[in-house]
Design a protein around this ligand. Structure first.
Ligand code: GN1
Ligand code: MG
Length: 340
């Protein structure tokens, strides 16, 4: 199937196609053409993204603005096919292609404060460069994606409908989520004071391209670029950069918060966003992390209670472990005092 897609972009039949990266939602391949050029092919998971054309619209619209207003910014525009389309349908699936940026790298785990700084700076820069762009013109590619009260309601519904054996297995995680539900209230109270901006909504480290010297180049994976709050981007960075192990780690003793990484993340983000964020937003910098870690724990546990229909599961209890992991991280974050 992938060969058929790349033909539409006018590539030779002899391209080598190999899986790339480890996202949970979309499938990605590296395409090496016979001529020696490299491209990235992606299949959009349309069970989750019901409207792939909305994603393409947003990327086109943001890309055009950046090209016009900030021509020096490095932006990964999707390639167009021989017939001019930036999205290809085949067998009920949607695909798009990007140029592979020579010399660019991605990493999966943040290993140094410098990497946290660079990545946070890139995500801050993206939102800052788009501060003159009307976020309201973007399409909503995932309705209610980071709607915390709605995620909480879904969790409550799952508690009512789950199989008794899963409910019992999830007893500890369930009571921790209930215990910390003041986060939902705090978030609701804060909302009127937050500004809506162009938000990436998936700020994990593998969504930043860096060069061989570790300098940030740009952000990628723009499927969830939508109007949103700084909480989403800053919080998801905290969720994925501060701890030396990922959400997959089963040994929760290894879940700690690296203070120097927090400091670097904050410095990197504010290097671009300090004049954009309000005083109230800055005061809630650390809260962003708590909110996003809490929401991810809710999402993993809800999925466990729903028999893993969203995230899938590679072993029995996978999403329960992921939820427990995020709750351990939440407890560590609660202990962290804000600084800098
Ligand atoms: C999903 O596709 P990926 O792996 O970048 C999810 C994020 C979660 C993340 C947890 C569209 O992201 O919201 O934080 O898994 N994306 C979607 O690993 O649900
Ligand atoms: Mg993603």
């Amino acid at each position: 199937m992938q060969q058929k897609i790349i033909q539409q972009y006018g590539f030779d039949d002899n391209a080598a196609i190999a899986p790339l990266g480890n996202g949970l939602i979309n499938a990605t391949w590296l395409v090496n053409t016979f001529a020696g050029d490299k491209f990235v092919l992606q299949r959009i998971n349309h069970n989750i993204f019901k409207d792939p054309a909305a994603i393409a619209f947003n990327i086109r619209s943001v890309g055009a603005y950046l090209q016009q207003q900030h021509p020096g910014y490095f932006f990964t525009h999707p390639l167009v096919t021989a017939s001019g389309a930036d999205l290809v349908e085949a067998g009920g699936e949607w695909y798009r292609m990007f140029q592979f940026i020579e010399g660019s790298l991605t990493i999966d785990v943040v290993e140094s404060p410098g990497q946290a700084y660079e990545a946070a700076k890139q995500f801050g820069r993206f939102t800052d460069l788009l501060s003159g762009f009307d976020a309201a013109t973007l399409k909503i590619t995932l309705p209610d994606f980071h709607n915390l009260p709605m995620r909480y309601e879904q969790f409550e519904t799952a508690l009512k409908n789950a199989a008794p054996v899963r409910l019992l297995a999830a007893k500890k995680e369930t009571s921790l989520l209930l215990e910390h539900n003041d986060i939902v209230k705090k978030y609701m109270d804060l909302l009127p004071d937050l500004t809506i901006r162009v938000t990436h909504h998936d700020t994990k480290i593998s969504n930043v391209l860096i060069d061989k010297d570790g300098k940030g180049l740009c952000v990628i994976d723009l499927d969830t670029v939508m109007p949103g709050y700084f909480i989403s981007d800053v919080g998801d960075m905290m969720r994925t950069y501060l701890c030396p192990v990922s959400e997959e780690e089963k040994n929760f003793e290894r879940i700690v918060v690296r203070k120097e990484f927090y400091k670097a993340l904050k410095e990197g983000y504010l290097a671009e966003m300090k004049d954009e964020l309000s005083a109230i937003e800055k005061e809630h910098f650390l809260f962003a992390g708590k909110m996003m870690v809490y929401m991810q724990a809710l999402r993993f546990l809800t999925d466990y209670l729903h028999n893993d229909i969203y995230y899938g599961s590679r072993y029995e209890g996978h999403n329960l472990v992921r939820a427990g992991n995020q709750l351990a991280l939440l407890q560590q974050l609660i202990l962290l005092q804000d600084m800098a």
